[in-house]
Design a protein around this ligand. Structure first.
Ligand code: TRP
Length: 334
C-alpha cells in the first residue's frame, strides 16, 4: 500500500474555537482526514508565548479545544489529536532549527509583526514570542507534514518553515519534508461587528459551542449595512457580514440569491435576512452540539483520547528527531 501523505495542523488552546476557525481550517481537516494521515496539535506551549503569566488557563482550554475538534467530526481513530508540550522532541528540534534563522528574519515575519502590535509587545518583546515560528516549524516537520490546513494568517509560518527545511536539507542532509499550506474557502470570516476577522479578544465571535439562544442574540445584534436606515433603502452586500455568513453556512443558494436581490432593491429588512441566517447556522451547529453533548461532562474520555493521541504522535516525532540527529552527525555512539 502506498504511504499516505501527512497533515499536521493545530490551534492554541486559549479559548473555544469559532466559526472563523471552522471555515478557515477545520472544515478542510474533517474532509481530509479520510485521505491523509492526520496529526492535530493542541499548541499549549505556543499559547504560553503570549499567556505565560496564566498557565493555569491551559488545562481547561485544552479539553475545550479537544471537544471542539470532536464536535466538528474529527474522528480520533483517523486523526491523532495530541498535546504539544507532551512531545519534548518538538522542543529539541526547535533548538537545532533556531541556529538556521536570523533574528532579522523573525522580526520581518508578518504574523509575528501583526501580533506584536496587537499585544503591545513592541517595547518588551519576550524572546519566546519572537521565536515561536521556529517552534511551529518544529511542530510541522516533526511529523514530516506534506500539507498544513490553516487560516490565511498562518501562511507566513509555512513560508518560514519551508525556509528552515531548505536550509537544513542543504546544510546537512535532505531528510525534512517541505510542507504546503492549505487555506479554507472563506479564509478570513469577518467578525459579527463586520470589522476585522473573528477574534476572541475583540468579542465579535460566534463559537462552535454557542447554544441556540446565544447564537440568536449574536446574530440579531450583527452589523449589517450602516448606510441603510430603513428596510426600503437600497442595501449593500459587499462588506456586509450577514451575507458573508449566508454564503459560508447557508446551503440554500437560491434563497441567498433571492435575499441579496431583494436587499439591493430595498425589498427585504435586516430582520428577515438575520432570521434566515439563524436558521442556517442552527442547522449547521445542531449536529456539532449533539456530538459535543456526548463528551460535555466526560473529561475522562477526553483525557483518554489525548493520552492515546500523544503516545501515537510521540513515536513519529522520535523518528524524525533521530533522522535529524543523524543528518547533523550528532547521533553519538554514547
Ligand atoms: N499558530 C497556530 C495558531 O495560532 C497554532 C499552531 C501551532 C499551528 N503549531 C502549528 C498551526 C502547526 C499549524 C501547524 O492558531
Amino acid at each position: 500500500m502506498k504511504k499516505k501523505k501527512r497533515i499536521l495542523t493545530g490551534d492554541r488552546p486559549t479559548g473555544r474555537l469559532h466559526l472563523g476557525h471552522y471555515v478557515g481550517s477545520l472544515a478542510n481537516r474533517v474532509k481530509l482526514q479520510e485521505d491523509y494521515e492526520t496529526f492535530i496539535l493542541i499548541a499549549d506551549a505556543q499559547a504560553l508565548t503570549d499567556h505565560f503569566e496564566h498557565p493555569e488557563i491551559l488545562l481547561k482550554n485544552i479539553r475545550e479545544v479537544a471537544k471542539d475538534y470532536l464536535s466538528v467530526g474529527l474522528d480520533p481513530e483517523k486523526s491523532t489529536i495530541f498535546v504539544q508540550s507532551m512531545i519534548p522532541e518538538i522542543a529539541e528540534l526547535a533548538v537545532f532549527y533556531l541556529n538556521l534563522v536570523t533574528v532579522a528574519r523573525l522580526q520581518r515575519n508578518p504574523t509575528v509583526k501583526d501580533e506584536m502590535k496587537q499585544k503591545g509587545f513592541e517595547a518588551n518583546l519576550p524572546a519566546g514570542f519572537l521565536v515561536y515560528p521556529v517552534h511551529q516549524a518544529a511542530d510541522i516537520t516533526a511529523f514530516q507534514a506534506d500539507l498544513v490546513p490553516v487560516g490565511k494568517d498562518q501562511l507566513p509560518m509555512i513560508e518560514q518553515t519551508n525556509e528552515i527545511v531548505r536550509r537544513f536539507n542543504t546544510l546537512y542532509k535532505k531528510v525534512l519534508t517541505e510542507p504546503e499550506g492549505l487555506v479554507g474557502e472563506f479564509p478570513r470570516l469577518p467578525g459579527t461587528d463586520g470589522q476585522g476577522k473573528m477574534s476572541k479578544s475583540v468579542g465579535n465571535t460566534i463559537y462552535l459551542s454557542d447554544d441556540a439562544k446565544t447564537l440568536e442574540k449574536k446574530v440579531m445584534r450583527m452589523y449589517t449595512d450602516p448606510t441603510r436606515l430603513r428596510a426600503t433603502d437600497r442595501g449593500h452586500i459587499e462588506g456586509n457580514p450577514v451575507f458573508t455568513y449566508h454564503d459560508a453556512f447557508n446551503p440554500n443558494k437560491e434563497d441567498i440569491a433571492d435575499l441579496k436581490d431583494r436587499y439591493r432593491k430595498g425589498k427585504v429588512g435586516d430582520v428577515e435576512v438575520k432570521k434566515k441566517l439563524i436558521v442556517a447556522l442552527n442547522a449547521f451547529l445542531e449536529p456539532l452540539r449533539e456530538r459535543r453533548a456526548e463528551y460535555a461532562s466526560d473529561d475522562k474520555k477526553i483525557d483518554e483520547i489525548l493520552i492515546a493521541g500523544t503516545a501515537r504522535a510521540r513515536k513519529v516525532a522520535k523518528e524524525t528527531l533521530a533522522l535529524v540527529k543523524n543528518a547533523m552527525q550528532i547521533n553519538y555512539p554514547f
